[in-house]
Write a protein of this length. Sequence first.
Length: 316
Amino acid sequence: MIAPREVADWLRAHDNYLILTHRRPDGDTLGCAAALALLLRALGKTAWLLRNAEVTERYAPYVDALWAADDYAYDTVVSVDLAALSLFPDNAAPLKTRVDLAIDHHPSYEGFAAESCVCPERAACGEILYEVAAALGQLTPEVALPLYVAVSTDTGCFVYSNVTANTHRVAAALMETGIDVRGVNKALFRTKSQKRLALEGRLLREMEYFDGGRVVVVQVPRSLVRELALTENDMDDLAALGGLVEGQDCSVTMKEQENGDWKISVRTGPRVNATRVCEKFGGGGHKAASGCVITGMSGEEAKRAIVRACIEVGNA
Ligand SMILES: [Mn+2]
């Protein structure tokens, strides 16, 4: 395990970088990858990102110019915000045993890389990359902008429970480079498409309450996805919706997959251990945020099963 300052030396000593992001890429993995590529280039290195087919239009502008050509001959593979082998995108599968350095902040990081820099106390991987960029004297506006995207999105614009004083110190240093923070905040946190608002309207109307209002269920069936012609981008971070309801401490979001499976996301307060709930269905995650997949059940059956599990775990 190496510290962010040692990552700076490590990066100076290597070249011809290929940078990996995780499946269903978020602002943190993409912002970190973009920032790392740009700071390496400023050091005179060659650096490209392995194409990630699941990038949504929300984050495409930050990475579109940085994709590696299919025949790019890399020497050094670095992953960012990538905690598990199951989170390697399909085209990165051959690289599972070939990652030279992993930079991550997930406590569940699986240790797949030859060298690792993991800081679980950081709210965003972007906070680690900030330290690396600063140590290398590369905190330019070009590097700071994607890092601001990384740190702000992973903390829900600095309001999630993971946020720390360090998060704010990093954000302040990034702002001081003169980047357009207002533009990013408006685009990423204060703008919703008409489709997204129509979806939220429907879900808020149809939300169901159980266990005296302590358990909330939001269901997104395929029929609704078709009716509103929703893209993955429209459905980004839907799991946060149920968590807004006063009095609930167990919010369940159910998304029907194309094959009829139900992908379940559970967000909880201290009373309910979300990992215990999702373990009952072969899933897992963190105490306050876990997931699982329920197969072979109708929406109604799956809902009853997951609500029962939430009530059982909450009462245990
Ligand atoms: Mn992250």
